[in-house]
Design a protein around this ligand. Structure first.
Ligand SMILES: C[S@@+](CC[C@H](N)C(=O)[O-])C[C@H]1O[C@@H](n2cnc3c(N)ncnc32)[C@H](O)[C@@H]1O
Length: 286
């Protein structure tokens, strides 16, 4: 399947999830068997003190696998970008943290998710927020324009993760921070899982192996790379989902037990090295 087709399928799944929220429900990753993928992953990520300040729709639309706003360092006045902002929960929380002198951008490719996010912004009455339509593979912002990039369970869905990380690097200011939650794999993943389209859309099979993730971040130019597990999944948690996807859990279970984790991925964009302008500025002092 081509990358365009794959991206179109992802878009349709999240459009359907947004419509579930608009109809008064809670967002899920898809329908039927695919729903359960999100359960152990998305539940109980936010403190009541955070969700109680947000519109109900923003909370119901949450489909992340972590809470990057709780883990990321965000300072008043900073510009934050959320890659794959969905219903906008992390954008609204970030906007509070950076305050009126800062700004929070949310980027998403799915119209229905953007509509939901705009609605939540209106209800929350927050002004330092802007939602952008576009893909995380081609970020519609200039280079060196953002202090912090957050993202919550989206990079695993991308068909071109190298490009996403290159784009993240481009738009970050020198010294800027990447602080994302994502599903990460430890070690090899059985082929049955990699090829399952439902699992891909449902957040799992597109996940990078942790050393591959580090390599890609390094290749994109990042430094201070760190991958910290926030939840490690046992096969029991995914049993129903895997069985209903037609996978033989007895066979593949031991191969995937505790191999998938939600993780907090951190890295920074280095400051450019000072150009040597001759002995007067480069020679050691003293
Ligand atoms: C798993 S949901 C996460 C939403 C949000 N971050 C949250 O925590 O609730 C994935 C979101 O990313 C968006 N998305 C997936 N792939 C994308 C891409 N390549 N470019 C832009 N948005 C994308 C989907 O439209 C969807 O809203």
């Amino acid at each position: 399947m081509s990358s365009e087709n794959l991206q179109e399928i992802v878009k349709q799944k999240y459009a359907a999830a947004a419509k579930q929220v608009i109809a008064g429900g809670t967002a899920t990753c898809g329908s039927g068997a695919e729903l359960s993928c999100c359960d152990p992953i998305t539940k109980n990520l936010y403190e009541e003190s955070q969700t109680s300040t947000l519109p109900a729709e923003a909370v119901a639309a949450s489909l992340g696998c972590g809470n990057p706003t709780a883990l990321a360092q965000l300072e008043p006045g900073e510009i934050v970008l959320d890659l794959g902002s969905g219903g906008g929960i992390d954008v609204l929380l970030s906007a509070k943290r950076v305050g009126p002198t800062g700004k929070a951008y949310g980027l998403d490719m799915t119209d229905e998710m953007l509509a939901l996010a705009h609605e939540s912004q209106k209800k929350a009455g927050v002004e330092n927020v802007k939602f952008l339509k576009g893909t995380i593979e081609s970020i519609p912002l200039p280079e060196n324009s953002v202090h912090v990039i957050i993202s919550n369970c989206v990079i695993n869905l991308s068909v071109d993760k190298d490009r996403v990380l290159r784009e993240a690097f481009r738009v970050l200011k020198p010294g800027g921070r990447l602080a994302i939650s994502d599903v990460v794999v430890r070690g090899e993943v059985p082929a049955e899982i990699r090829k399952s389209m439902e699992l891909w859309v449902g957040c799992v099979a597109g996940a990078l192996e942790e050393f591959e993730y580090r390599d890609k971040l390094f290749t994109a130019g990042f430094e201070n790379i760190d991958i910290e597990p926030t939840r490690i999944y046992k096969v029991e948690e995914a049993r129903d989902f895997l069985s209903s996807s037609g996978l033989d859990v007895g066979k593949i279970g031991p191969l995937i037990d505790e191999k998938f984790m939600s993780a907090f991925v951190r890295a920074t964009k280095p400051h450019p090295k000072a150009a040597c302008c001759g002995p007067s500025c480069c020679a050691p002092k003293g």
